[in-house]
Design a binder for this molecule. Sequence first.
Ligand code: SF4
Length: 445
Amino acid sequence: MPLTGLEIYKHLPKTNCKDCGFPTCLAFAMKMAAKQVGLDKCPHVSAEAKAALESASRPPIQLVVIGTGNNEIKIGNETQLYRHEEKFHRPAAVAVRVVDTLDDAAMAARLEAIAQMAFERVGTCMRVELVALDNVSGDAGRLERLARLAVEKTGRASLLMSAKADNLRQASAALAGQRPLLYISDPAQAVAAAQVAKAQDCPLAVRAPGLDALAALTPQLNAAGVEQIVLDPGTRGLKPTLEALTKIRRLALKGFRPLGYPTIAFTAAEDPLMQAVEAVTYVAKYAGVVVTDAVELWQLLPVLTTRQDIYTDPQKPVAVEPKMYTVGEVGADSPVLVTTNFSLTYYSVEGEVEASRIPAYIISVDTEGTSVLTAWASDKFNATTITKALRNSGVEAKVSHRKLVLPGLVAVLSAGVEDESGWSVEIGPKEASGIPSFLKKQWKT
Ligand code: SF4
């Protein structure tokens, strides 16, 4: 369990010297308990106190860094079991598996498909960021060749998987300086793989049959000099894997250090739909890396969308800048649509305007990132805020008409908006999906 402020205070010098930047040792202890400051800020703490306080300054789940530069992925360092209690911090990395028994043409085609796996959603690019290279052949040369090809074709970070530590040594040497995640599938080779990970400065994922075996293994890896560890509880299939991931998260958050590491989960279903279901489940609870054979875009879209949703701060609505946006080659007679600055709402409207092929202005009103009905109910989307946004946007100087399209859900605001703004109001559709037909019917004429 993390220490409380008072428990930390007991170990501090209690001189209130202020060298840490806080007025008292107690204030420092409270900040440290809240994980807002590290013990290194107090230069006077003794070696014994440092050792005793280690658990307070270390995250319950180790931070693990995979890849470098633009391909750097950080997993772990989570502090919550339930997202609503604070937020989840580090999105699970999604890896698509490529086996080294494929022939060269099939290997290249699969890698090229992975390189294309990216989607744009609410203004953010979502993509598969890891390529899992599986040494099914058992041949070190083939894994090395696949590793080099994967970097060349995808430019993504690598997960090197093998049952043999020596094969990981050869492949990771080929990717020296790129910090691939090494995965050793044979528990008997885990310590030998730890030596490879230490020599190559790579994180290491280990498999063991069950939580007890994993808990017994991680201290051996620490003794070999490896702290950046990822845990595979050895389960395959949705139910046992979900149970194992949940137990590991619970135990880690309770301060059980041998399992205080991020986890890796593998989809095992043959049915393509179930592959996607498994991957979505592991992203939600609680994998740090999800490895899947799913390679179709329709399978990966729900996985990446779920990840984006789960790792959004639930206490902070995702908002776009409140201002005037243009879609297409707008002119003086282009329609003017009003919406809120909640990202999902804004991008839904923008996407549908684009689909209509009628260039338009969109005024996004500052509703503190809330949707149309929520903003209306809390009086953030009303005649005054809409009129203010209209005037501040500068759209009046851009168009020759004075007609405004209001979301159908807040048709009740139309009279007030007309009175305050002097613009006439057209009631738009209730759902963004109705925008193309609305614009084609109402606006073209
Ligand atoms: Fe106390 Fe250390 Fe801060 Fe001085 S530097 S006030 S001893 S916590």
